[in-house]
Design a protein around this ligand. Structure first.
Ligand code: UDP
Length: 249
């Protein structure tokens, strides 16, 4: 049987003018692409990011140019539901975890790099995954508060090591803009913006319990854990309102 070649990004669905790709199996699609020596930029879209993109043209452009945009947030899933599309939410942290498990099975040819978070956090997260997944090859880790000179060194390191999975946890929009600017350095890697995932893997923060996640209330738990985020979270009602208006139009 002929091997299926997956070189193209699937047709996107529009969420307030931004693309979202609707697939059954995101990690399977990415792995097939990586097997074909094709990398790409993965964006984990949520309501906050969508609203930011309305005011930040560079962020919007990075999202449009990404190879895969997954419905990370409940707001995006609700928006799609208002448009008659029932889809499963795919949190970025879960996609990243699934890829890490599979990278372990693929061994030495799939080195992984962790970049971002406060000093020590990416290193701790990488160590957690090294212990968890037999066969995982760590290319390296670096914190996300580098001087311009240190960042140059990091870029050279990535160029030399050519990791296949590069997790970037600098927060939105920094991570999307950084990936869009530098992804050409490792064209065979999947570059994924993972927000605060390193903090969770390193045990500094907790994910919302399953009940909150299953009831579209992860944002509420996050607000309880990080009350200073309230201003950023005003994007949520704004997004839902827009979604309602679009569905009624
Ligand atoms: N961060 C970083 N460098 C910066 C600013 C932020 O590495 O210059 C890290 C920060 O330490 C945290 C992550 O980026 O680990 C942002 O996490 P957050 O949960 O706020 O991500 P978002 O909600 O924006 O996806």
């Amino acid at each position: 049987m002929q091997k299926q070649v997956i070189t193209q990004t699937p047709q996107p669905f529009s969420v307030l003018g931004l693309p979202v790709h609707l697939l059954e199996d995101y990690s399977g699609w990415l792995l097939s692409r990586l097997h074909e020596q094709l990398g790409g930029h993965v964006v984990t879209l949520n309501a906050e990011m969508s609203i930011q993109a309305e005011r930040n043209a560079s962020l919007a452009s990075a999202i449009h140019q990404a190879d895969l945009v997954i419905p990370d947030g409940s707001g995006v899933v609700l928006y799609l539901l208002f448009q008659g599309k029932r889809v499963q939410r795919c949190p970025g942290i879960e996609l990243a975890e699934s890829l890490l498990w599979q990278a372990g099975q693929l061994g030495k040819s799939w080195p992984v790099f962790f970049y971002g978070g406060a000093p020590g956090v990416a290193q701790a997260a990488a160590e957690v995954w090294r212990r968890r997944v037999t066969g995982l090859t760590l290319a390296g880790s670096q914190h996300g508060y580098l001087s311009p000179g240190e960042e140059e060194e990091l870029l050279q390191t990535l160029k030399d090591l050519q990791p296949r999975l590069i997790f970037v946890g600098l927060g939105v929009p920094r991570q999307e803009l950084w990936i869009a600017e530098h992804r050409h350095l490792c064209p065979q890697a999947a570059w994924i913006g993972v927000g605060g995932s390193f903090d969770i893997w390193a045990g500094i923060k907790c994910r919302a319990p399953a009940w909150f996640r299953n009831n579209h209330l992860e944002w509420l738990y996050r607000l309880y854990q990080e009350p200073w985020r309230w201003r950023r979270m005003l994007a949520l009602p704004q997004f839902v309102w827009r979604a309602l208006l679009t569905s009624l139009a």
